[in-house]
Every structure is written in structure tokens, then in C-alpha cells.
Design a protein around this ligand. Structure first.
Ligand code: SF4
Length: 305
């Protein structure tokens, strides 16, 4: 948001012409989930959202059923809350939307580096310090966010779920997804591997790989989803060709079985991770992977490095 801009000149939820967002901005590099004394919401400039995204942190307790080697959540320090207080979440969300709308977010570091990017709230994203589908009342959380989205006039803003896909088969999650479908919902499901062995190596989860794949398929049969895949080097070794072929085949299995994949987001490590041997790919390496995915699946692939 531009310094001093008034609420009446701020467009919320609309979509202005999109320019690439440089990955050198602090607000892009630093995706901290802590803003002021807020517990359940936080602002980020997201390249994948193409601007200002308000994160909804359903896991301030930092609970996750994955333990990705590239995870940037600091689990050495305790989480802030062990359950989602819906009334507090709504109060915080309303406050942050208005803080942005009144021009104050664009004045606050690090957002003052690019205040123009805070003019439009692109989405409200269930993301945060863990896996959003692990909360027992996911549908109630979605309903609470939709109430504020509507009352604050964010009619066109997307509602995004960023998920590791492990909980997409739960009843309350399916109910929440159905609510999202009616409110510009978008599901970004994680798939980082083609084989169970690589999945165990990268995502280090006790959830069977087959369950992740079947959840992605069943969810994609109901509405188009986005697959988000992080490619990296482990001890200097990028994903091998056979693994990449297996990964592409997993996507093909989904689409052949009637699942709809709108696009693949291919990205790499952008911020420091606790595992020093998990490192980012060079842009040329990520481009080659994106090209291989396009060639082997026919899906659109967008690259974020
Ligand atoms: S799924 Fe997300 S929050 Fe969970 S370990 Fe992986 S990167 Fe971290």
C-alpha cells in the first residue's frame, strides 16, 4: 500500500495487472508467521499468490504430520497456542484486513519496502506453522474465515488451503473444502516425490505415501487442484531422472483417473532450513525439472525459485 493512501482508493480482492515480484524483497524472503502480537493471522508478500496474502495459522502449536527436511518452522521454541480460538481468529483477521486497508501495513517494516504490493489482498491462505488439516474442526475454521471475508467485502479474494494432503480424507476437512469451493477456494497439495523411498527421505512422514496419492486424487476428482512441489538437493544430489519420471507418472495417474490438476508449482528452497545438507537448486536446474514435467505430463508448470 502506498504511504498515505486512503481506504477508498484501496482495491481489495480485485486483481490488478500482475508484475513479477522480486525474490529480493525482505517481505518475500522472510515468511515469519509472527506479526505484532497476533496468534492466528499474519501478512506475507507471496510470489505464488502474486501479492499480499493473509496467512491463517491454524497450527500455532507447530503440529505437523510431516517432518520435511526443508521445513523452516523452528520447532525448538514452543508454539503459541494449542487450540484455535475462533473468536480470537476472527478478531485478529478483521483487524489485519483493516490495518492493510487503512494503509498502515504498507508503512510497517518489511512491507514498507514495497507498499504497492499491499494494496490488494490476493488471498486468505490456511497455512502457517504446521498442517492445517490436523485441526479437529477444520470446517468451523473455514466458516469463521468466510464470515470475515464476506463482512469485510473481500468477495473476490481467494481462499487457499496449503496442505501436505495427509488429512484431505477427513470428514471435517471435506466439509471445509466444500465451503471453500463456494468461496473462490483453491487447494495447493504437496507432492515432492515419485517413490515411497524418496517421500520418506524428503517428507519423513509416518503417513503412507499411498494415502497422500489417493487423497490428492480424490480431492482432484471433486475440483481442480494445484500441485506444489519443492525440488532440492540432498547432500548435493538433485532428484534423479528415475525419481523425476516416477513423480511425473504419479501426476499422470491422477489425471488418467479423472483428477483435475490446474497447474504444478515447482519451487525450491528459498529460506534457511535447519538441515544444512538440504540445499536449493539453481534456476537452470529447476527450469530443467519444470520442462521435464511439462513434457511428461502435458500440465502447465509454474516455476518459483
Ligand atoms: S508439511 Fe509444511 S509445516 Fe509440515 S514439515 Fe513439511 S514444510 Fe513443515
Amino acid at each position: 500500500m502506498v504511504h498515505g493512501i486512503t481506504a477508498s482508493t484501496v482495491k481489495f480482492g480485485g486483481f490488478s495487472p500482475v508484475k513479477p515480484i522480486p525474490n529480493t524483497l525482505t517481505a518475500v524472503k522472510d515468511h515469519t508467521r509472527i506479526f505484532g502480537d497476533l496468534t492466528f493471522v499474519y501478512p506475507v508478500i507471496s510470489r505464488r499468490s502474486r501479492g499480499l496474502s493473509i496467512g491463517i495459522n491454524l497450527n500455532p502449536d507447530k503440529k505437523c504430520n510431516f517432518d520435511c527436511v526443508y521445513c523452516e518452522v523452528d520447532r525448538r521454541t514452543p508454539g503459541l497456542a494449542s487450540r484455535v480460538d475462533l473468536a480470537k481468529l476472527q478478531d485478529e483477521l478483521r483487524w489485519l484486513i483493516r490495518f492493510a486497508r487503512d494503509g498502515e501495513l504498507g508503512k510497517a517494516p518489511p512491507f514498507n519496502e514495497a507498499p504497492e504490493l499491499t494494496r490488494v489482498i490476493r488471498d486468505l491462505a490456511f497455512s502457517g506453522d504446521g498442517e492445517p488439516t490436523m485441526v479437529p474442526n477444520f470446517d468451523a475454521c473455514v466458516r469463521a474465515v468466510i464470515e470475515i471475508k464476506e463482512s469485510e467485502g473481500l468477495t473476490d479474494a481467494k481462499l487457499v488451503l496449503i496442505t501436505d494432503a495427509a488429512g484431505l480424507d477427513k470428514g471435517s476437512v471435506k466439509a471445509g473444502l466444500a465451503l471453500m469451493d463456494q468461496n473462490h477456494g483453491e487447494i495447493w497439495g504437496k507432492l515432492d516425490a515419485g517413490t515411497p523411498a524418496y517421500y520418506r527421505q524428503v517428507n519423513r512422514s509416518a503417513i503412507p505415501f499411498e494415502r497422500i496419492l489417493s487423497n490428492l486424487l480424490e480431492t482432484a476428482r471433486v475440483r481442480p487442484i494445484i500441485i506444489q512441489s519443492l525440488f532440492l538437493k540432498i547432500h548435493g544430489q538433485a532428484m534423479t531422472d528415475p525419481e523425476l519420471q516416477a513423480y511425473c507418472e504419479r501426476l499422470n495417474v491422477i489425471t488418467r483417473a479423472g483428477g483435475k490438476i490446474r497447474e504444478v508449482h515447482a519451487y525450491t528452497i528459498a529460506r534457511p532450513t535447519p538441515e544444512v545438507w538440504a540445499t536449493r537448486l539453481e534456476r537452470v536446474e529447476l527450469s530443467q525439472i519444470a520442462e521435464a514435467i511439462r513434457n511428461n505430463t502435458g500440465l502447465p508448470v509454474e516455476l518459483f525459485d
